[in-house]
Design a protein. Structure first.
Length: 407
């Protein structure tokens, strides 16, 4: 961009929109408005504070807030925007099918206020073909608004760094829209990859499904090894150490959060439910908490108290969306005498301090491997369950099971 461009990010106070807005606003060519419906987040951002954890974001926010970046509840900002970026995607419903109603409602409202000749960029994951439907929906209304699909590719907590280093995929239906999207993202990252919209939609789903499948492989191997009373991480170390062909062999752990499962399910729906690898991965990853509870039954779980450390869906995050720690909590509450959950970052009034959880529990389970748990001194009388291999020094003896006795 050679001149100042006015941008609006719809849903701009969330995990996808806010980091992008901050990075763009730190460039001299962009004037960024974050449009959102959450008044508390809008006030927080306009005061120069981040509403969630994101490495390096708050310092960058303070440099631009009030000058090249503003947050607002007022949708009239759309009238002057040359580019509007929306982070509304297509979630899955209770039947595990993708839904487009929310996206359509959002687009219809945006188009009513956007100026002719502006560009609407879809940023969040959508079901394959939906960006074309959005484009056709706008054209059917006689509008001159162009449509592009430029999927986000960041991980929560590392968005600021990744936005400026990772290649950006851009796709559009009009050559001018593709050029404008290319120019927009070229100002923040050195590599731009141009695809057709359908290719870009599948590229996003392939990426998240690939990660989800990789985690499922490791979790399946973890359950297999543990079922026979073996230490998964001794085997993992043996097959990965100085052996490049196993470099992609992930560690075991909870594969959760708002994207990986959802996008795998969307790809399965697109494949007419013939994506058998995706279905198997879902059963494995979602079944890991059940496996852990099953393993603990051999320790007379009904007479034990359990401490669950880390309730976020991943390490160094305050995001609890679709966290498997909460699924594990529900399972444990059925079978254990008492369950104490703790997390230094997650805002949840039901959580207890770490000290209380450790003092009251017979069993300690690591839900999210936050760095501050690394050097915990766990009493030797505690049974420790560490799927992540985070505490290699804690290797409790296992109950004798039929599988183990056959080994």
């Amino acid at each position: 961009m050679s001149r100042t461009t006015k941008l609006v990010i719809v849903g701009g106070c969330g995990h996808v929109g806010l980091p992008l807005g901050i990075v763009l606003a730190n460039k001299p060519q962009a004037q960024v408005t974050l449009l959102d419906t959450d008044a508390a987040k809008v006030e927080c951002i306009n005061s120069g504070r981040m509403p969630f954890l994101e490495a390096g974001a708050e310092a960058m926010l303070r440099r631009v807030v009030g000058s090249t970046l503003h947050a607002t509840l007022d949708s009239s900002c759309l009238r002057d925007a040359e580019i509007v970026i929306t982070v509304v995607g297509t979630p899955v419903d209770e039947h595990l099918n993708p839904t487009v109603n929310e996206l359509y409602r959002t687009v219809d409202k945006l188009v009513e206020q956007m100026r002719p000749g502006s560009v609407l960029i879809l940023r969040s994951t959508v079901y394959p073909g939906v960006s074309k439907l959005v484009h056709d929906r706008i054209q059917a209304r006689g509008g001159s608004i162009q449509v592009a699909f430029c999927p986000e590719r960041i991980t929560e907590g590392n968005a600021i760094e990744e936005l400026t280093k990772l290649p950006q995929i851009v796709a559009a239906f009009e050559p001018d829209a593709l050029r404008r999207a290319h120019e927009l993202f070229r100002c923040i990252t050195p590599t731009i990859i141009e695809l057709t919209p359908l290719e870009a939609e599948l590229a996003k789903l392939f990426t998240n499904s690939w990660r989800y499948l990789n985690f499922a492989i490791s979790n399946q191997f973890y359950m297999l090894a543990e079922s026979y009373g073996l230490d998964f991480y001794r085997i993992h170390d043996a097959v990965t150490r100085e052996y490049p062909r196993m470099r992609s062999f992930a560690r075991a752990g909870f594969a959760a959060g708002p994207c990986l499962l959802k996008d795998t399910l969307q790809l399965a729906a697109f494949a007419s439910n013939n994506f058998f690898l995706g279905h198997a991965a879902m059963l494995i990853n979602e079944g890991l908490p059940n496996f852990l509870v099953g393993q603990l039954r051999g320790y007379d779980l009904s007479n034990r108290s359990v401490a669950l450390l880390g309730m976020a869906f991943k390490a160094e995050s305050d995001d609890r969306r679709d966290s498997l720690s909460y699924k594990l909590k529900k399972l444990l509450q059925v079978e254990a005498r008492e369950v104490y959950c703790t997390d230094p970052y997650v805002p949840d009034p039901s959580l207890v301090p770490l000290e209380k959880a450790l003092a009251c529990a017979d069993i300690v389970i690591l839900g999210a491997p936050h760095a501050l748990y690394r050097d915990l001194e766990l009493p030797p009388d505690k049974l420790v369950v560490d799927v992540w291999g985070f505490w290699p020094a804690h290797k409790p003896s296992r109950p004798q099971t039929q599988a183990a006795s056959l080994a």
